[in-house]
Design a protein around this ligand. Structure first.
Ligand code: DLL
Length: 426
């Protein structure tokens, strides 16, 4: 039997610059015509910006299109952004975010297939091969994580165990009894599995590959999960609005950024305040345009996620796709203290460097008359004091938040993505 290729779709993953530009232009043209002809929402949206399909004559003209934001999705809840007859829908996912109004993404058969294709590329990039067993720990429900990993596994020929989250003892039993090779999920859940293994004195299952995402995580957290779970951890990116987990890429073994599937998505990085493009290498807000989606394509969707373009050339892994830095955080998560900007992920990185500190933490910001007081609550083993935490944070971050140490298992846990930042007014 021949060894499967390291690529799921070699022509798409190793395209030349010219091939990619031609494909992207065809996809953009098709998408603009599709939304204009089939969506009263998009027609209004484009007309309000004074743009008609004929105005877009090249990929560079993309910038003439208006941005789309989460607010558009919310205002058009439930299916106001639909571009196909409702009978063509086969599935939907939904995220609610912090403000509560839901964001819906609906899928046709072709959209599910496009999603599965993106996911299958990620599986192969991580080293999973047909016949391998994977355990999917996000919930199977409105959150896109569970189903995204599942559709991709079907396509990639993997044996999928739809474990969902919770009941960690059973998770470990499944991993062991079914010789699981890949663990899929949200990174804070991987940290929870480690905690349970430690607390119950359970032996480590022999995994090998972990694919984690849905929230930013530091290099230190990644190392910790890799060491404790005996696996290589890949950072997978995606969101409800672009069609779910994996659609906007994953990092490869060379760790030179997230490979964006750019035959399916056009990527821009813009200044979050002005919306103007920023040069490669500069941090900005990433904006995606879908090129192959049917039910609810997105034109210039502003993600609020902050990152930078780190590569356009061939990666050490052989792929030629655009590469984005791992996500720094969301625009609304950026903390500004004494004129210094920083992200929760940087606090996490600093915390994880302290021996005895555990992965569960909170950043509590209390604002009094415009002045921020920052307190970091973190779980740690005996012997780690608030003083040790404060001293290290000061050295690494350049300012001194107060540090409170909690006993293991005492900070509140969330089921899906971990909530790290809590804002209060005094
Ligand atoms: O979180 C999709 C997903 C599921 C990705 C499972 C990876 C694994 P939403 O709930 O719509 O979808 O949230 C999307 O989560 O805009 C980012 O802010 C954040 N996010 C997703 N992946 C990453 C990542 C899923 N790898 C929002 N790193 C996005 C940092 C991420 N942030």
């Amino acid at each position: 039997m021949s060894t499967p290729s390291q690529y799921w779709n070699e022509p798409a993953e190793t395209m030349s610059v010219d091939e990619r530009a031609a494909l992207q232009w065809a996809g953009l043209r098709r998408t603009i015509d599709h939304v204009w002809s089939n969506s009263p929402f998009y027609r209004r949206h484009l007309e309000a910006a004074g743009v008609a399909p004929g105005d877009i004559r090249s990929l560079e003209d993309l910038r003439r299109l208006p941005f789309l934001t989460k607010d558009h999705f919310r205002a058009e809840y439930p299916l106001g952004m639909l571009c196909v007859p409702r009978e063509h829908l086969r599935e939907m996912h939904m995220s609610s975010g912090s403000t509560g109004t839901p964001v819906v993404m609906a899928y046709t058969d072709a959209d599910i297939d496009q999603w599965a294709e993106c996911m299958a590329r990620c599986y192969r990039m991580a080293g999973l091969r047909p016949g391998d067993t994977i355990q999917i720990t996000p919930t199977f429900g409105l959150f896109n994580g569970g189903f995204g990993f599942y559709h991709g596994a079907r396509k990639a020929g993997l044996f999928a165990i739809p474990a969902s989250s919770g009941n960690t003892v059973r998770q470990v039993m499944l991993m062991r009894d079914f010789a699981v090779r890949g663990l899929m999920g949200v990174v804070s859940y991987a940290a929870r599995i480690i905690e349970e293994l430690d607390a119950k004195g359970l032996a480590l299952p022999d995994l090998g590959i972990g694919i984690f995402g849905a929230e930013s995580f530091s290099d230190a957290m990644r190392r910790r999960v890799e060491q404790r779970l005996n696996l290589r951890a890949f950072d997978i990116y995606g969101m409800t609005e672009t069609g779910g987990v994996a659609t906007t890429g994953m990092d490869c073994g060379a760790r030179q950024g997230l490979h964006v599937w750019d035959d399916h998505y056009l990527t821009e990085v813009v200044d979050p305040v002005t919306g103007a493009p920023v040069p490669d290498g500069t941090l900005g807000e990433v904006v995606f345009t879908s090129l192959t989606r049917e039910a609810m394509p997105v034109l210039r969707y502003r993600t609020s996620d902050l990152t930078r373009v780190v590569g356009r050339g061939r990666c050490a892994c052989g792929r030629t796709t655009l590469r984005l830095d791992r996500i720094q955080g969301r625009c609304d998560d950026m903390l500004i203290v004494k004129g210094v900007n920083f992200f929760p992920k940087q606090v996490e990185q600093a915390l994880m460097e302290i021996p005895g500190v555990l992965p569960e933490y909170q950043i509590v910001i209390t604002e009094t008359d415009g002045v921020c007081d920052i307190r970091v609550n973190v779980e740690a083993e005996e012997g780690v004091t608030g003083f040790v935490v404060e001293k290290h944070l000061k050295e690494r971050l350049g300012f001194s938040p107060k540090g409170d140490v909690f006993k293991p298992g005492t900070l509140p846990r969330s089921e899906g993505k971990a909530r790290r930042v809590f804002r209060r007014t005094a």
